[in-house]
Design a protein around this ligand. Sequence first.
Ligand SMILES: [Zn+2]
Length: 403
Amino acid sequence: MQRETLSRRSVLAIATGCAVTGVGAGTVSGELEEMTSAETGEEDLSRDSVPILEGTVHETTAHVIDAPVDGGTAVVIGGIHGNEVAGYEAAGEIVDWRIDAGTLVVIPEAHAVAVEQGTRSGDDWSDLNRQFPEGADPESDLAQGIWDVLREYDPDVVVDLHESTGLYAGDPVDGVGQAIFHSSGPTAVETATAAADFATEQYVDDSTLAFETGPFSGPNTEPSGLLVHKAARDLDADAYLVETLSTDVALETRVKWHLAITERLVADTVFEDDPDNGHAPDVDEETADQDDDSESSPADDTDDDNGPDDADAPIAEIRPEPETGSELALEAGQSVTLDGTCSSAQTGTLVSAEWDIGATGSFDETGELLEVTAGDNGRDSIVLRVTDDAGRTATESITLSTD
Ligand SMILES: [Zn+2]
């Protein structure tokens, strides 16, 4: 495929073309946000922050998302151990989830001091996840503060996100990574198994990293005093302890695992439909992607690879000129200008637009407009990547076909 330098004339023509459709970049952004909230019911969700141990060194936040539709209550916790990064990073993303029903409470950094330090338990605390004895008061102010939130919301489901440096593989001696430990009861067992299978099928390439499930240790056996133990036995919640392997796996992958598993574990509680519909869009890239803009984008082949769970991520949009569509049928030698000017930042501003011609993984061309001439070799994909001033990215692709 040949590439030509864009001429000033075509820049002007394209800018006009975008305006003629009545949707300048600003307008598009507004419409998309509106459509997103209408489709997801976001305008009906209430989002609240509840401080825990306010004014102390251990101050942290419980985020409470309430849907107007009746449903259950789920609590998701990260950062009980401050060196288990994927757990609290995933929980931090879950704060932005949209739910259909019920209440979702997220405490992303349960042990803020430990998270800050990157240590398991901070300076002056023994292991926080041993301070929740069943049938008795929590054993520290922090444990009490967290427990007060659980008691107030009385969850049906509790998910606690952790990491381990070794693999469980049926034996906790070497580690507990790649496992979902669950409370007793048929629902918890079934849900944990389904979540493990889903995450493994969708997101695990190496079979040695397949997720397994196992029951918690029973009452009066070690380890004891885990938050999930107390949630299951004192509040009668279905409780899950999720452990990913933290060694030799990219953080991004581990976060994705936590998100996928958590989505499945809470699906019956706060999502109305089958979780396949991608309510927690980061998790399911196939279905979740920016479906919201399909009606307003003529070139809707949207592949927003940074995950629409990041509500602030920009939106990449390609408008081909003179044709429209996500697949352009061209004559060999025919030129088309791809217009990225209708891409928009949801927060901040866009700082770059780059193009990958041939979907090679290398974004060699920059600028909001790209003029390309179709070759005679069949099909070529072209990917637009936009980046905002906070470094968030989004992509969209279009296919040129001459066959
Ligand atoms: Zn842990």
